[in-house]
Ligand binder design. Structure first.
Ligand code: TXA
Ligand code: MG
Length: 302
């Protein structure tokens, strides 16, 4: 059952309780409705993917209440700071280097060393950020492959029964997703055009295709899939009954597996073993996104 509550203090309190319990909640922003989850909780973020039925992992935008909070998560150089001061709160997302000590779950950035941050202007999202005190990861609140939602009823059309709550505060005024600009050193790069015009050169298209980011994190070591046991020199990442040095989920739970995947790949990469092996993961539901990521990690690199 999906409850729809009009924006009130009580609705935000209910939404905040769900977020703290690790559940995603649909909430309006000025661009589109977002599906928000605690960005410090990997399983909560994995539930976003389960609800959206997304067949691949894509780094997500993290929403924060203000620039000061953003600077505790990302590194803002002069260009990034100037853009943030000019356009926040508002429909601008900045991709900046992720701080080493940031408490963001690595499923949020899909293992990347950068992070997309946005300070939204919408009163409902602002209220939720302040009530939870957590950075909130949030893609658009629609099933994968469907149109972005600008009303609560659009959210229900594709996510009814898949999430507990939609906060309804009428139509999103902007109606298109935020402008995304990368400020990671060197000239600014426009990753996605949107409501805010920024003087930045468009980036080479590849980075915008979901799940196909050129810079997408891949381990540096060869990776073998569907491994039932470790061969000599291999770091085995287990699943279900296939044990290993890491086990993504001893009980075979796919949400837990998605939550642990990127951490496990990073640990395997940093281990003394020369190669990585991963146990078979069922290809249903969230398993499809997990296997997509693993196949990319296993593909030969140029
Ligand atoms: O208006 C919006 O931005 C909405 C509302 C809910 O805030 N959110 C949204 O999220 O459109 P989503 O997940 O649909 O789009 C996120 C985009 C993706 O294209 C992703 O590739 C890019 O942000 N992105 C996120 N982190 C990135 C990173 N570290 N480097 C490059 N691109 C990144
Ligand atoms: Mg989207």
């Amino acid at each position: 059952m999906t409850e729809v509550l009009p924006f009130t203090e009580e609705a935000i309190a209910a939404a905040a309780a769900l977020i703290r319990a690790g559940q995603p909640v649909a909430v309006p922003t000025e661009t589109v409705y977002g599906l928000a989850a605690d960005a410090t909780n990997a399983e909560a973020v994995a539930r976003i993917y389960a609800a959206k039925g997304r067949p691949s992992f894509n780094p997500l935008i993290v929403h924060v209440p203000d620039l000061q909070t953003a600077t505790r998560i990302g590194e803002f150089d002069e260009q990034a700071t100037a853009l943030a001061r000019a356009h926040w709160p508002g429909p601008l997302t900045l991709v900046v280097p992720l701080r080493a000590n940031a408490v963001i779950a690595s499923i949020v950035t899909a293992g990347l060393p950068t992070i997309a941050l946005r300070v939204p202007a919408h009163r409902a999202m602002q209220a939720l950020l302040r009530a939870t005190g957590r950075p909130l990861a949030g893609p658009s609140a629609n099933a994968s492959g469907t149109i972005s939602p600008t009303r609560a009823e659009h959210v229900l059309r594709s996510l009814a029964g898949k999430i507990a709550l939609v906060v309804d505060d009428g139509p999103s005024v902007r109606g298109i997703e935020s402008t995304i600009v990368a400020a990671t050193g060197g000239p600014l790069r426009l990753l996605r055009p949107g409501p805010i015009e920024v003087d930045a050169a468009p980036s080479s298209g590849a980075i915008e295709a979901p799940g196909q980011l050129a810079s997408h994190y891949a381990p540096s070591k060869p990776l073998r899939l569907n491994a039932e046991a470790a061969e000599p020199g291999e770091y085995l990442i287990g699943f279900d009954e296939v044990g290993g040095y890491d086990n993504l989920s001893p009980s075979g739970d796919l949400i837990e597996t998605a939550a642990k995947l990127f951490e496990a790949l990073h640990r395997a990469d940093a281990s003394p073993y020369a190669r990585i092996a991963v146990a078979p993961i069922p290809d249903e539901g969230l398993g499809a996104a997990i296997n997509d990521r693993l196949r990319r990690a296993a593909a030969p690199r140029s």
